[in-house]
Design a binder for this molecule. Structure first.
Ligand SMILES: CC(C)(COP(=O)(O)OP(=O)(O)OC[C@H]1O[C@@H](n2cnc3c(N)ncnc32)[C@H](O)[C@@H]1OP(=O)(O)O)[C@@H](O)C(=O)NCCC(=O)NCCS
Length: 279
């Protein structure tokens, strides 16, 4: 399949939205003379810190313009500069939506990936949802390195495409490492990837937690995503059992309160309770 300029991927498959963009898709949108239309001051400082490396600047810009465009199109942010991509000490990004005029503030999990000329990015929908994504070109290099990242539990369905499978397993492990926020630090051989249906995998982290994953090929590029659904809402906590002593003292506190209100009302000349509505 030909790789498009901008396309949603895995729509409706999990609690996230993801888009694949060709880097050139940002050219009609982003004017380098007006970076403030897209970026908050802290992001412009992060861009300046990248220096003059043109490839790095372009992938950085493309990933963020793609993500912010998606957030604005989905009505999550009103303006691109209101959705600020911030990273933690390990490099894991999140979106902070901050609208100064309405005072709205929200933090959203997101994930970014670049592999020229493509960028792939996603944000999670719903509190406590998380997503990790990756775009990876199919390459023989990963087959030479497979012993460094495979686990004995990794299994792909038979399709006579060892290089494609190695690319997918690597890419899924990158996606999972991004969801976990660790990057390579989690040790890829500790992660497991099992293809359950064509295009669907189960990813298991080092703690044994399993999450779903999807992949799709665009020409020789694989895109992968894994996600974590929001926790189901906790059932309401049961009301505490009151002891007989509690109930008796509560009743006497209520009687004293009512008497005090009656006295205050008599002193002020107003009735203690609202008179019945005449209509
Ligand atoms: C995350 C990682 C696997 C990405 O792999 P990659 O092939 O280099 O790059 P990709 O294009 O697929 O992804 C890059 C994006 O991953 C994201 N990323 C980086 N570190 C991340 C982390 N710890 N968790 C989640 N996402 C992370 C970033 O958003 C980055 O995009 P940006 O630079 O435009 O913000 C790899 O860069 C990594 O392990 N980084 C962590 C390195 C580290 O341990 N740093 C310690 C700093 S104290």
């Amino acid at each position: 399949m030909e790789a498009p300029l901008q396309t949603p991927v895995f729509d409706g498959e999990g609690p996230f939205r993801a888009v694949l963009w060709h880097e050139s898709a940002i050219d009609p949108l982003f004017d380098p003379a007006e970076p403030e239309r897209w970026f908050a001051p802290e992001e412009r400082a992060a861009l300046a810190a990248l220096g003059l490396n043109a490839k790095r600047r372009r992938e950085w810009l493309a990933a963020r313009v793609a993500l912010k465009s998606l957030l604005v199109a989905d009505g999550v942010a009103r303006r691109p500069a209101d959705a600020i991509v911030r990273k933690d000490a390990r490099g894991c990004p999140r979106v902070v939506v901050w609208e100064a005029d309405t005072g709205r503030y929200e933090e959203i999990a997101c994930s970014l990936s670049h592999s020229a000329p493509f960028v792939f990015c996603a944000y999670a929908r719903g509190r406590a949802a998380a997503v990790g994504v990756d775009v990876e070109p199919r390459t023989m290099r990963l087959s030479f390195l497979r012993r460094k990242f495979l686990s004995p539990e990794d299994r792909m369905l038979p399709k006579d495409d060892a290089a494609g499978d190695d690319t997918l397993i690597w890419s899924f492990k990158e996606s999972l490492s991004k969801l976990l926020g660790t990057g390579w630090g989690c040790g890829f051989p500790n992660l497991q990837c099992r293809e359950t249906d064509p295009g669907s995998c189960e990813l298991v982290d080092a703690a044994g937690v399993a999450r779903p994953g999807r992949y799709r090929w665009f020409g020789r590029w694989a895109v992968t995503a894994t996600w974590q659904s929001p926790e189901p809402p906790a059932p309401p906590a049961p009301l505490p059992e009151r002891s007989l002593f509690d109930r008796l003292t509560r009743a006497s506190r209520l009687r004293r309160l009512r008497a005090a209100r009656r006295l205050a009302a008599e002193a002020s000349g107003f009735p203690a309770t609202r008179p019945p509505d005449p209509f």
